[in-house]
Design a binder for this molecule. Structure first.
Ligand code: 5GP
Ligand code: ZN
Length: 143
């Protein structure tokens, strides 16, 4: 299979074997390896082997393939680390914290009181705002 690679991309280099990693999973389309800067022990990155910058760029079939791998990867990470739970994090764009421009899912094992926290400032819609957003997103999906 011909892979689309970006010669500047650190994750493409890892997939190609040009940079070392601690690989935990590999199939025709998907690759999993330990994050070099783990948020917690067992922090795994799951990536497509082909180079796509963000989630939005993934062909639907490849996204589905990745989705089918995630549950078993999450289960393996939880079971092998003895975690109580796990966060799946997926950053798209600099403003969202994406540093490596090759789409990836973070699997971060969690235990109670691990001190990692979870910051999520819940907001509130102004009257009519939710309805408008609902319409806009539904319309975009119908395109
Ligand atoms: P982002 O902020 O783009 O969502 O996450 C990129 C992740 O890639 C970071 O957690 C970072 O530690 C990890 N990372 C960056 N370079 C390398 C590398 O060369 N090897 C591995 N294993 N992980 C890397
Ligand atoms: Zn890449």
């Amino acid at each position: 299979m011909t892979l689309e690679v970006n010669s500047e991309c650190v994750f493409c280099k890892i997939v190609a074997g040009d940079l070392p990693c601690h690989r935990v999973y590999s199939d025709d389309n998907v690759f999993g390896f330990l994050d070099i800067g783990p948020v917690s022990p067992g922090h795994v990155l799951v990536i497509p082997k082909r180079h796509f910058e963000t989630l939005v760029d993934l062909p639907a079939e490849l996204a589905a393939t990745m989705g089918s791998v995630l549950p078993k990867m999450a289960k393996a990470v939880i079971e092998s680390t003895g975690a109580d739970g796990l966060n799946v994090l997926q950053n798209n764009g600099v403003c969202a914290g994406q540093v490596v421009n090759h789409a990836h899912f973070h699997l971060v094992p969690r235990v109670a009181d691990d001190g990692l926290g979870y910051r999520w400032r819940a907001g509130k819609y102004e009257p009519g705002e939710a309805e408008k957003l609902c319409e806009q997103i539904s319309a975009a999906l119908a395109l």
